[in-house]
Design a protein. Structure first.
Length: 129
């Protein structure tokens, strides 16, 4: 899975690097109510930065996310998702510097919503400074 980043600013984003992961949970455990707290408790210090890039204004760049799954989704997981027995989250953050050079962080969280066959934004962990 990958995340597409877009630079909607007027200047380049320098040294852009994403850190993200895919989390799969059983639906019976419920949705993650407070994603910021969950990330701090479960992933603090475990982030793995990926590629570093320069993102020019009005340009899209795709980054990958690590996962506890390898390759394509297993038939079991596909079935669990289709029957709403599992929830898949994509959670991460992007670090970059502007031209001044001030450092910035953007966090993101989305989960797969099988009712609409699309990803939906989580209630939290979607911030930009």
């Amino acid at each position: 899975m990958s995340v597409e980043l877009s630079n909607y600013g007027k200047t380049v984003a320098l040294d852009a690097a994403d850190e993200g992961f895919i989390h799969i949970t059983k639906a019976s455990e419920g949705y993650i109510a407070n994603v910021d707290q969950w990330v701090n408790e479960n992933w603090n210090g475990k982030w793995e930065p990926s590629e570093v890039a320069v993102i020019f204004p009005e340009v899209n760049v795709s980054f990958g996310a690590s996962s506890n799954t390898v390759g394509h989704l297993s038939k079991e997981l596909e079935d669990d998702l289709a029957h709403k027995r599992s929830v898949i989250y994509m959670i991460g953050r992007v670090h970059y510097a502007d031209i001044f050079p001030v450092k910035h962080t953007t966090t993101f969280c989305a989960y797969y919503q099988p009712d609409f066959d699309q990803m939906e934004f989580c209630q939290g962990h979607n911030h930009a400074d």
